[in-house]
Design a binder for this molecule. Sequence first.
Ligand code: THU
Length: 132
Amino acid sequence: MANDLFEAARAAQEKAYAPYSNFPVGAAIRAGSGAIYTGCNVENASYPEGWCAETSAIGQMVVAGDLRIVEICVIGSADMVITPCGGCRQRLAEFSSPETRVFAAGPDGIRATYTMADLLPAAFSLEQDRSE
Ligand code: THU
């Protein structure tokens, strides 16, 4: 993975609004056009109304007119591998292929690499042909 995606995710993480969990997350998507879109988690005093970094980045991508995710890097601070939550996996799948790469990073760099097929096998889709 090119370092620019990691650096973009790290810069987005610094903008995270996470006063309730103290768990800042950043995400950076490299889209079909080559552009990078970033997002951070945005929490809320009404806890369930907050949303994830990946969801923020998808919004940035779509409003810019890009609709294909080539790869995404997600970065957290904890001493663990941060992977997208179940809801975000479904949102990412909307704009991904099974081969789309998902990099899970910490402040030190990439800790694990997945594909969307790894993270969301047998994904729900209205279009996908599952016969193959
Ligand atoms: N979070 C993300 O932004 N992305 C993930 O992949 C996992 C979790 C956020 C949601 C919440 O603001 C905080 O991390 C703790 O769950």
